[in-house]
Design a protein around this ligand. Structure first.
Ligand SMILES: Cc1cc2nc3c(=O)[nH]c(=O)nc-3n(C[C@H](O)[C@H](O)[C@H](O)COP(=O)(O)O)c2cc1C
Length: 197
């Protein structure tokens, strides 16, 4: 490998979530998005089931996604008497703040060769690869699981079947901020227990 362990650690520790409010109106190069997807495809996967599936929205595809999710939200929220105009408008408009949005799907192995949770975990590894790649290119992005993520009715729009899962959306845009954001974690020592003989 041409990168040093120190470079790998630097990338991992400087990966950040950047939100649409800090995106400018410049597009992310499709070539970078393709590299993100290619790297996602190299995630670990038990029995090589490769469960990750992605739908990429850009250009007028973003409007299509916004209309779909806002209308689906309205249909469900009106039926349960919880409709909120602000939420509807946010679902409709938020995609337009992005350069690309990647819908994240998990395709259930028809032979169920591994437990479902392992397919979700493998897909999460694929998303981490996308996150790292975006950060390496200085592209803003984050994984969001709000909105219609867990609506059963949303699945067909993303080519997913009832046994599959929609796991959220990866939002992408070029950052208008000059300083890469800070993040924080509690010390790893608080989360690890070593046993030595
Ligand atoms: C599975 C998953 C779901 C997430 N969903 C959301 C979300 O719905 N909304 C949001 O603002 N951030 C979401 N995030 C991003 C986290 O908020 C973010 O990783 C956290 O604030 C730490 O910031 P950092 O990624 O820059 O270190 C999600 C992250 C993961 C791993």
């Amino acid at each position: 490998m041409n990168i040093t362990p120190e470079q790998a650690s630097e990338l991992i520790q400087n990966r950040r979530s950047l939100y649409p409010t800090v995106y400018n109106d410049q597009p992310v190069d499709d070539a970078i998005v393709n590299t993100m997807l290619e790297n996602a495809n190299w995630a670990p996967t038990h029995r090589l089931t490769q469960p990750w599936r992605f739908t990429v929205f850009t250009g007028s595809g973003l409007e299509k996604l916004g209309n779909f999710q806002a209308d689906l939200y309205r249909k469900k929220a009106e039926a349960s008497g919880t409709f909120d105009t602000g939420k509807y408008e946010k679902l409709k408009q938020k995609p337009l703040q992005c350069s690309h949005i990647i819908a994240i799907g998990m395709k259930r192995d028809p032979k169920e060769r591994v437990p479902e949770v392992e397919e979700v975990m493998a897909t999460a590894c694929a998303v981490q690869n996308m996150y790292l790649t975006a950060s390496a290119y200085g592209v803003g992005g984050y994984w969001g699981t709000g909105g219609i993520t867990y609506y059963e009715e949303a699945k067909p729009f993303f080519g997913l079947e009832p046994d599959d899962k929609l796991l959220g959306f990866f939002y992408l845009g070029m950052p208008k901020i000059s300083k890469w954001p800070e993040s924080k974690r509690d010390p790893i020592e608080e989360k690890v227990h070593w046993e030595r003989v």
